[in-house]
Design a protein around this ligand. Structure first.
Ligand SMILES: Nc1ncnc2c1ncn2[C@@H]1O[C@H](COP(=O)(O)OP(=O)(O)OP(=O)(O)O)[C@@H](O)[C@H]1O
Ligand SMILES: [Mg+2]
Length: 279
């Protein structure tokens, strides 16, 4: 059992591989406390696999090995399905990319926000209903009393993502993993939802692992950044140092971020041959 003072999440030499033995995530190590950490990197670099390994949500065909892999002091390498069930939602929750696929189209919003409470907390029906209304209010959704009776197809993308957040946070987990939580939203909505996540995480004294392609967003909302490339963590730096990163890959990622400053200019491309030296 790990003492309370140790980081909330510890991954030491984590490798996730195909049945053939080819690693998709290759020997990565990190420790995360109650802080806001970003995991960035291009498509296919292994960000979602890393996050899913912390939630016990990897495809059964993939193999996981690590010197240590723990969350809230529990060894994730040897958890039973029922222990995973207790941990997910109870201690750690996840928000996915697109509410369109994550919400159940045939159940009301109220039912879907209440369900984690039935699974994870012993509250009376009345207490649960009250908590659902409070939670919908906390994520900034108007008219919770009306909203609980509605179905997902009656929601906009931004509202759907707020519902996802309500579902994730209603059991008061200690840690939130957000896997590209705003990439299905338009630009104005992205910032609103990210600010909301940041505000709720701070209010509730939670930790956050934010997976994102958007380095500008990460610089604004996170404290630390881990940079992945081809299954490895290449760089690890304070978010405030992103603009003057020393690692060439991080420099390129930062220079490639589309922003007002780069609008209309040609973005630099990645020199993969030069990068091989760093792997
Ligand atoms: N179940 C699986 N079986 C085989 N390969 C997989 C499986 N899941 C993921 N992969 C492969 O592992 C690599 C990493 O996938 P992952 O989903 O972690 O990438 P990612 O960094 O989250 O990318 P994106 O930014 O596109 O979401 C990819 O090449 C992907 O095709
Ligand atoms: Mg992904």
């Amino acid at each position: 059992m790990i003492a309370n003072s140790s980081p909330f999440i510890i991954a030491d030499r984590l490798t996730i591989g195909l049945p053939t033995g080819r690693p998709l995530v290759n020997d990565i190590s990190f420790a995360i406390g109650k802080e806001r950490v970003a995991l960035v990197g291009e498509s296919g670099s292994g960000k979602s696999l890393t996050a899913r390994s912390l939630m016990g949500l990897l495809a059964p065909s993939l193999s996981v090995s690590a010197q240590q892999l723990s969350l809230a002091g529990q060894d994730l390498r040897h958890l039973s399905p029922s222990a995973w069930q207790t941990l997910r939602g109870g201690k750690v929750a996840m928000v996915m990319q697109d509410p369109k696929y994550a919400l159940n189209p045939s159940k009301t919003i109220g039912w879907q926000v209440e369900e984690p409470l039935i699974l994870h907390r012993s509250l009376s029906r009345r207490q649960r209903r009250e908590k659902v209304l409070e939670m919908l209010d906390a994520v900034g959704l108007p008219n919770p009393q009306q909203l609980v009776k509605r179905y997902p197809n009656q929601l906009s993308g931004g509202m759907g993502q707020r519902i996802m957040l309500a579902i994730a946070l209603i059991t008061d987990p200690e840690f939130l993993i957000a896997d590209e939580p705003t990439s299905a939203l338009d630009h104005a909505m992205r910032d609103q939802v990210l600010s909301l996540i940041q505000e709720l995480v701070a209010q509730r004294d939670m930790g956050l692992l934010l997976i994102s392609h958007d380095l500008q967003q990460v610089a604004e909302h996170c404290q630390r950044v881990m940079v992945m490339y081809q299954g490895r963590i290449l760089d690890h730096l304070p978010a405030q140092d992103l603009a003057h990163a020393t690692h060439p890959y991080t420099q390129t990622l930062w220079a490639c971020r589309p922003s007002l400053a780069t609008k209309g200019k040609r973005l630099p491309t990645l020199d993969r041959a030069a990068l091989e030296e760093y792997l």
